[in-house]
Design a protein around this ligand. Structure first.
Ligand code: AMP
Ligand code: ZN
Length: 484
């Protein structure tokens, strides 16, 4: 369903381009199409919920492009080789390290964490991209790409083939290296001509073997992480494509390096994509989120504590993607409460068949929703427009359903289909079964009806002892919840 069903013309889509640090109108490279590449996970560990914010953002962008009527081709890669423990080419290969620590095959590790990531993608209602590109499937193309740029742009060291960042125009312009705004944090590494030079191919050190290695003109070894994204984005989307996304950290090293390679490969100053877009970080009060510090915040942990994963998606949508978002359990609880309110507000038209939308009040609201999303994905405002539409009285139910469904297709919160019982806080560790709770509540209701308050109170205490909070007169109809 496109936004062009309203009477008024759809506003142009404006997106913040990190290249120019300004809002720009989205004009597709190929009319009617939108081609988007998102840097995917390095599958050496479970993704934390901060990582997943990057994909909720990319998915919201994709859903908005679909809503605006573009035929979307989205690619997300899976980095199963080549990403060192430091983005700027220092340290060990993240996957080789994890395999050594866990004494497992690197391929098994990659498969395990890829599947865990896909489970989170599903739980958060992130739509399947057209392609999941797996880095190890593209190694021959990476070697070809490297061969094409080696002579003019690279030099060899003992440890491999390096990209000479001085050979392309304006290296690091995306990161604004060397300006006050830039956050240059690239450490010098021995043997490089310039500190920012980076590995295109990493030779396996003499006497060692890696679990993942391939033959190349520069010796047996593995591709550099930055090379992977240049090769896969060009192979699947062609240069130039429309939008490249990633977390804000990628604006500093990974994406400037991709851009340098793309410039070298296309023998031009073109960056490879028209828009480079970056989501800001999810942070914990203690600072940046990490996979190794404190309680490991995974989607599965939220689920185990009893929170529906879409409460986390809503938490992301309540903030602008370019703002830092602080995670707290209270914040997640508040998002869950709002999710319930949204579901309840839409409940009256849940089972109604959608009808074509002609009522001016609804087309106006759809236009308002469109304007919010077209304003650099202002999801916070879009959510309030959904609430406005859901609260509308004396309006054709079918048209109302159609309007809410069109909005939810962009928000991705399943507001008209979600299983309401799943929105109860129900920790995995809870010992009491739902039918037991329901049966006790029925007995309590009977006792209250008979004005037998002693029994009613005793039953309530029994439930409290089992970790069930009874919420008398809860306006949303959830009359109990389990304590987390
Ligand atoms: P990685 O698996 O480390 O390559 O990261 C996957 C994606 O998550 C990348 O786009 C990162 O930029 C992004 N990312 C990493 N940490 C965070 C965070 N705390 N909040 C939001 N995005 C993040
Ligand atoms: Zn990438």
């Amino acid at each position: 369903m496109g936004a062009d069903m309203t009477d008024s013309p759809s506003p142009p889509l404006k997106l913040f381009n990190s290249l120019t640090r300004s809002l720009e109108e989205f004009v597709p490279v190929h009319p009617g199409e939108a081609r988007v590449y998102s840097c995917g996970p390095t599958v050496y560990n479970y993704p934390h919920i901060g990582n997943m914010r990057a994909y909720v953002f990319a998915d919201t962008l994709g859903r908005t492009l679909s809503f605006k009527g573009y035929k979307l081709t989205h690619v997300i890669n899976i980095t199963d080789v080549g990403h060192l423990t430091d983005d700027a080419d220092a340290g060990e290969d993240k996957l080789e390290k994890a395999a050594a620590e866990k004494a497992q095959s690197i391929w098994d590790i990659a498969r395990h964490y890829t599947e865990a990531y896909w489970a989170d993608v599903k739980a958060l209602n992130i739509r399947q991209p057209a392609h999941w590109s797996i880095a190890t499937d593209y190694v021959p193309q990476m070697i070809d790409f490297a061969k094409a740029i080696a002579e003019k742009h690279c030099y060899e060291l003992e440890s491999g083939l390096y990209f000479d960042t001085a050979t392309v125009a304006d290296y690091g312009r995306l990161a604004r290296h060397g300006t006050d705004e830039g956050e240059s944090r690239i450490d010098p590494v021995d043997g490089k001509r310039h500190p920012a030079d980076f590995a295109i191919w990493r030779k396996t050190p003499a006497g060692e073997t890696r679990q993942m290695e391939w033959d190349s003109p520069w010796g047996r070894g593995a591709p550099g992480w930055h090379l992977e994204c240049s090769v896969m984005s060009e192979a699947l989307l062609g240069f130039p494509f429309d939008i490249h996304t990633g977390g804000i950290d990628h604006r500093e090293i990974h994406h400037p390096n991709e851009i340098a390679q793309n410039q070298a490969h296309s023998c031009s100053d073109a960056s490879g994509a028209r828009f480079w877009m970056h989501n800001n970080f999810l942070v914990e009060r203690s600072g940046k989120m990490s996979k190794s510090s404190g309680e490991f915040l995974r989607v599965q942990l939220l689920i185990d504590k009893g929170y529906h994963p879409l409460a986390y998606r809503l938490m992301c949508l309540q903030a602008h993607y370019r703002s830092e978002l602080e995670f707290s359990w209270d914040g997640l609880g508040a998002a869950l409460t709002r999710l319930r309110r949204l579901v309840m507000a839409a409940a009256a038209v849940r089972d109604v068949e959608a009808a074509e939308i002609s009522d001016r009040r609804l087309t106006d609201l759809l236009a308002k929703f469109d304007a919010a999303m077209s304003d650099d994905l202002n999801t916070a405002v879009a959510l309030t427009v959904f609430e406005e539409a859901a609260a509308m009285k004396k309006i054709d139910a079918g048209q109302k359903r159609g309007t809410l469904a069109a909005m939810d297709a962009v928000l991705g919160l399943d507001l008209l289909t979600i299983d309401r019982a799943a929105l109860r806080v129900r920790p995995k560790t809870a010992v009491i079964a739902e039918d037991e709770i329901e049966a006790t509540l029925v007995r309590r209701k009977e006792a209250r009806a008979a004005k037998d308050f002693a029994t009613s109170d005793a039953l309530r205490d029994e439930l409290i002892a089992a970790g069930v909070e009874v919420m008398d007169g809860d306006p949303f109809g959830w009359d109990w919840r389990l304590e987390a």
